[in-house]
Design a protein around this ligand. Structure first.
Ligand code: URA
Ligand code: CA
Length: 432
């Protein structure tokens, strides 16, 4: 096989075989196919697209390009959830204990990475004592015993994706549906998921700007998952404002606990119920999505989801008393109110700007070396649909330094006002 022939074949819009795709991915990963040929291939895919089968083969080839996590020692169907980039997305913290309380195992592997706020692991480290440095055996043992555990990501997962993404980044081929879909799905499959639930965000701050584009991406990923033998479902959810009210590590843990107590923001609770229902249904914990949702509502009301959270924290040496006493977590020395600069209905809160504001306050990592301030972040008091008078408090920010001008400027930039009331749509579509 010659790479140049495969580039031309794709350029002409023909379907590549499994063998041909494996040749491309393994050759590029091991260095026998140079960057310039892979770049040309990515551009050919960009213009000619891929069939469902090609997308699946590409995904599997990337998933198999490095280490693969074997979760078979855990009893039951392991369902993983993936969200395509939300800001202040507290869902994982709620979903892990909630879904576990319904009897479906949650074996969560998380990274730290860069971002506006920390990853799930950083957030959980707001709980004194909690740690994720546990062995693989211990991790599996905890999931079998408690139905939920979180471990830091180790090993070299999907090196092909890392290498291809770096190339796409500099060749104008990031924004290609088959390449995005296979990139995301390869990582989920390499992490050992038997079934996958996807939360595809749509809105100004998200990767996909329109519900139509988001639906195309979601359907592409659902198709890949199902063809690869991993039952997959998706929802399209709104990112025209951050989810919930809290953005920041300690603040999001508090918000997750409130949600587990049944007192959380309604949008966060609803999204967790819908995503959680798909996870429980795919994990075999209920006969239908409706049954699964009803079961999860019951777990929120009867306190079992909250109890599961305490068990989970304690099993990884975290202090479970945080559930009753938030002051046990890191607290900011400074809080400041940010006020509305005009009167009107709030029409949009640009999630990206809020994310950058949180990062400026210290809640996220700008570079790999940055140290996160777990206490830093912000609380949104006003959201889309609310009416405010000029001078009303819209946001409270939390920091451990005085000069928060930069963050305040980003917050003002995030809030958009109008004369008309805007009804926010939380879930645009459910794809099963
Ligand atoms: N996220 C990914 O993981 N991969 C892409 O290609 C785009 C977004
Ligand atoms: Ca939130």
């Amino acid at each position: 096989m010659r790479m140049v022939d495969l580039i031309v074949k794709k350029q002409q819009g023909k379907e590549l075989t499994k063998e041909e795709i494996n040749f491309i991915i393994s050759g590029f990963t091991n260095g026998t196919i140079p960057d310039y040929q892979m770049s040309a291939f990515a551009m050919a895919v960009y213009f000619q697209d891929m069939t469902d089968n090609e997308r699946m083969e590409m995904t599997m080839a990337m998933a198999e390009s490095g280490d693969q996590i074997d979760l078979s020692a855990i009893e039951g169907i392991k369902v993983d959830k993936h969200s395509t980039g939300g800001v202040g997305d507290t869902t994982t913290l709620v979903l892990a204990p909630l879904v576990a309380s319904a009897g479906v195992p949650v074996a969560k592997m998380s990274g730290r990475g860069l971002g506006h706020t920390g990853g799930t692991i950083d957030k959980l480290e707001s709980v004194p004592g909690f740690h994720v440095e546990i062995s693989e055996e211990k991790f599996m043992e905890l999931v079998n015993k408690n139905k939920v555990a979180v471990v830091g990501q180790s090993g070299d997962l999907t090196p092909a994706d890392k290498k291809i993404y770096a190339l796409r980044d500099v060749t104008g081929t990031v924004n290609s549906l088959p390449l995005i879909a296979s990139s995301i799905m390869s990582k989920k499959i390499a992490s050992g998921a038997d079934a996958i639930v996807l939360d595809v965000k749509v809105g100004a701050g998200a990767f996909m700007k329109t519900p139509e584009d988001a639906e195309k991406l979601a359907r592409a990923m659902v198709s890949i998952g199902n063809l690869a033998g991993r039952k997959t479902m998706a929802i399209i959810s709104d990112m025209s404002q951050p989810l919930g009210r809290a953005v920041g590590n300690t603040l999001e843990v508090e918000e997750a606990i409130e949600t587990l107590k049944g007192n959380g923001p309604k949008d966060l609770e609803e999204l967790c119920l819908v995503l959680g229902a798909q996870m429980v249904y795919l994990g075999g914990g209920a006969e239908s999505l409706e049954d699964a949702k009803a079961l999860l509502k019951e777990k929120l009301t009867n306190g079992e989801a909250l109890e599961q959270f305490k068990i989970f924290l304690e099993a990884q040496d975290g202090n479970p008393n945080v559930v009753e006493d938030y002051s046990l977590m890191p607290q900011a020395s400074i809080t400041k109110d940010v006020k509305a600069t005009e009167s009107g209905y709030i029409t949009e809160i640009t999630a990206d700007d809020i994310g950058v504001a949180a990062m400026k306050l210290g809640a996220g990592r700008e570079t790999q070396e940055s140290v996160i301030d777990l206490a830093a972040g912000l609380m949104l008091h006003k959201k889309v649909d609310d009416y405010v008078e000029k001078g009303d408090v819209i946001v409270t920010l939390y920091a451990n330094f005085e000069d928060t001008a930069e963050a305040e400027k980003m917050i003002q930039q995030a809030y958009h006002y109008g004369k008309e009331k805007v009804e926010p749509v939380l879930i645009h579509k459910v794809i099963t």
